[in-house]
Design a protein around this ligand. Sequence first.
Ligand code: HC1
Length: 568
Amino acid sequence: YYQITIDHKQITVPEGTTILEAAKLVNIKIPTLCYHPDQSIKANCRICLVEISGKDDLVAACSTPVWEGANILTNSRLVRDMQKGVLELILANHPQDCLRCIRNGNCELQNLCEIFHIAKSNLEDEVDALPVDDSSPSLARDHRKCIKCNRCIEMCQDVQGVSILSHAHRSIKYNITPAFERNLMDTLCVFCGQCSSVCPVGAIYEKDDTDKVWEAIDDPKKHVIVQIAPAVRVSIGDAFGMAPGTKVTGKVVAALRRIGFDKVFDTDFTADLTIMEEGSELLHRMKDHGILPMITSCSPGWINYIEGHYPHLLRHLSSCKSPQQMFGALSKTYYAEKIGLDPANIFTVSIMPCTAKKYEASREEMISNGYREVDAVLTTRELARMIKTSSIDFIGIEEEEFDLPFGISTGAGVIFGATGGVMEAALRSVYELATGTALNNIEFTDVRGLEGIKEATVVINDQPIKVAVAHGLSNARKILDYIDNGQCDYTFIEIMCCPGGCIGGGGQPIGSTLAVKEQRIQGIYAIDQDMPIRKAHKNPAVLKLYEEYLGTPLGHLSHKLLHTTYRA
Ligand code: HC1
């Protein structure tokens, strides 16, 4: 332990504590920009400079560990002048169009400008004239706004292991960009949007599709329906100042009706349907010596990854479309028939925690009955903006119920939103369908939580079945390498692209730290526990859908509407 002084306050801290961490302990908030609580220390923005008293020396608080007797000043004249100087340098190379920026009101640079109030600067503005890359359906990059903090690079390279974003050039030409300064669409970017969720400014962000949706809502000929992904119900409250993990399902339903959607449905319904199809596919592959391990296919960033990086392993993927797309397919077929509408006049919207879902919906495979299955995908962030635009008091709005028939779901459907959830939901059903006996303990806690790779063994008909769950693409890569090296003894694997699963999706409200993700996960399992039915194969609406329309899982119509193929 070291005894140190910060701003004349004495404090004892363990060896290895940084100045930034020590300051936090005595409620001193040193400004930061490149620092992110879940990432490595970069110390490249220099906004956290502090003074070492008596030494006329300045150090970066985020990267400097304390030492015995250190006497640190965080608010001296020198510190204030230097921090302001750093900010002036950043601003001189940053467009000042805050009023039009997607991060207006939610930008770390803007927050610092509010604090430091730089009325005028002696530096001349010199903003690069690079165009915005809006080549992909998921994300847009505005290079001019990049402050070179490197948070996106760490996310793209170390956490996701795809290494699309990297450094280029030196000195004033230094830039963060894909190789050869290509557009994202011309790279193997998986569109997970994790870069956008750690960007402190508006340099990379979700493509905004809200105008498209408003247009459909305002078109009297269109019947506009919407589905809400499992993870959105425990995250959108953040955008309205509610505690992370707060369940706001009924409020979202009510808000979507006020916005003008004709019917409000639940993706959890088709998550249950996915279990019927995927569980049956697994049992079929196990019985008929099919390709094992079978890997889940609902996470579109993961699909982009395996298609781009491990195409020789595509045969391991379940052929099931994701719940988003199963919903879309049914909306243009079964639902259209049921309500007697021409599918040309049905406009199907998804509210997803994910930017890759925008790309998934745009794939040419995702056509049913001659129509695009999902017409527009909005991220949680975009829906929050629509709710605010509609003058809705989200906190005060009274809860409402989903519409029928796609509003009935089980606890199995909702846990899809957290890493391990698809596996747990599948095991709850596969066990009972294979053995014909009721499962007593339905909570497979071994596959829950934020550990990168989780394993469990389940005994089905006296046969031990080994399963694994991975989230974040660098963990996915480890599993794929096991398969490649012949070291894999798993039968079934769940892979979700984003760390934490969909609750940590790249389209979730900004500020999805590890601590926030943990609270969202708790929220998801709390919803599951309160559900009257917790197994997908017991969902009465799903059973009715098979009876009325689909026939049996893996049947002809299911194959046509609910399954897909992949691109090598
Ligand atoms: Fe997901 Fe899924 S769980 S992929 O994370 O399988 O996005 O929430 O909607 O489709 O159900 C996302 C979430 C979501 C699908 C489901």
